[in-house]
Structure formats: C-alpha cells, structure tokens
Design a protein around this ligand. Structure first.
Ligand code: HPA
Length: 234
C-alpha cells in the first residue's frame, strides 16, 4: 500500500476512523474498545489501529494537536487510504453557563480564528460544518445512551495560551473551545467526505471548574461508546 509523508500503512484502514488528539489515547481506545486491534501506522509515534467493534471494522488514529496537524492526517486518510468518515473524539472548554463540565458537545459547525481556509481562495467566508449524516446519527445514539449533550458551534482556536479572550466567540453562540474541528471539517468539505467532532467538556472558562481524572475517564468512556455506535451505523 502507498506510503504518504505522515502515514506508512502496515495494514488497511476502515472506512470510519475515530480520531483523538493524543496517540496514547488512540492506543487505549484500540486496546480497550476494539476487538482484535492491529497497529497499522506508527510514523512519529502517531499510532493508528484497525480492529472491529461489534464485528464491524473501525480504525482509530491520533490527530496530534491543532488545525495544521489534524489537517495533515485527515487529508492523507481521506485522499489515499479509502477513509470516508472521521469522528474526532476530544475535549473542550465550555464557554456557556448551561454547558457543564462532563457534558458532551456535538460540533455542528466550527468557528475559528485560524487562517486555514485562505488556501481555498474563496472571495468570501466559508462555514466549516459537520456532516449532517454523522451529526444526526450522533444525536440519535446520544438519546439512546441517555447522555447529556449539546449541539452547536465549537470554536477551533489556534492558541491554547492566548493574549485575547475566546469568550468573544461565545457572544455569537460558540458553546466550547477546542483546537481541531475547523481543520477537520474544511478538509472533509473540500474532499467531499464526512466529519464530526464529539468533545467532552473538560474545563469551564466561565466558572473555572475542572473535571477530576476519574470523571474524565467516565465521560471519555461515554464519548467513545457514542462514537463507536455511530461508526458502526454508517
Ligand atoms: N482551550 C483549547 N482547547 C481545549 C480547552 C481549552 O480551554 N480545553 C480542552 N481543550
């Protein structure tokens, strides 16, 4: 199979890939949620695995942090490895009172302060949006699993440590801040593929509240279960 600059495939990728930011999270998901996981990429330690969930092939591979990084991995997976659907599974910081720590945010769209979309040379602005198919399936499964979830805009910020406040975006309705969704959505839109970001709220920008390690594990399990249920329904 063809090698690309950031992926040296040691096996097939499934048509749906779950994408956490952290390579160790990818390994954890593969080993604890998938049946028969096989390591299919390890370039730069960005571990990719393919296994099955309830008998259906699913892959998991890390994105790294930030829009440039997820832009690279999603582009290569969509363009060269037959991947149709990428579901980002990550964390975010809430920017709204009613979005509580441990809740799940389904990113219908992604506001951003990034210049990533300038490459398309559009004479105007484009809205990075999720795939409706993935979003509607996620809502359906989140209802079945009885999860606390919100659907709305994420803010994909280029800065974690910022001199300006992300909360300006909250006035326009952004629910929570993270760092990758916009790059993933734009790449999927350009390549006519499907993408969705599902994020658990790990911290709260207004109240300063943070989750404990134990709480993060439980909500992480809920989020991965949701993403896997969506993955096998596609
Ligand atoms: N900012 C950016 N990314 C994040 C945050 C945050 O506060 N929390 C979790 N991911």
């Amino acid at each position: 199979m063809k090698t690309t600059p950031h992926i040296n495939p040691q096996g097939e990728f499934a048509k749906t890939v779950l994408m956490p930011g952290d390579p160790l999270r990818a390994k954890f998901i593969a080993e604890n949620f998938l049946e028969n996981p096989v390591l299919v990429n390890n370039v730069r330690g960005v571990q990719g695995y393919t296994g099955t969930y309830k008998g259906v092939p699913v892959s998991v591979m890390a994105s790294g942090m930030g829009i440039p990084s997820i832009g690279i991995y999603s582009y290569e997976l969509y363009s060269f490895y037959g991947v149709e659907n990428i579901i980002r599974v990550g964390s975010c910081g809430s920017m709204q009172e009613n979005v509580k720590v441990r809740d799940i945010v389904l990113g219908m769209g992604a506001f951003t302060n990034s210049n990533f979309a300038s490459q398309y040379k559009i004479n105007g602005t484009i809205a990075p949006i999720a795939s409706y198919k993935l979003l509607s399936k996620s809502v359906e499964k989140a209802e079945v699993l009885n999860l606390n979830y919100h659907v709305g805009a994420l803010l994909s910020s280029d800065t974690f440590y910022s001199d300006s406040s992300s909360l300006d975006f909250a006035k326009l309705g952004a629910l929570a801040v993270e760092m990758e969704a916009a790059g993933l959505y734009l790449t999927a839109q350009r390549l006519n593929k499907n993408a969705l970001a599902i994020c658990t709220v790990s911290d709260h920008l207004i109240t300063g509240e943070e989750t404990t390690a134990e709480e993060r594990q439980k909500t992480f399990t809920d989020m991965i279960t949701l993403a896997l249920e969506v993955a096998i329904s596609l």
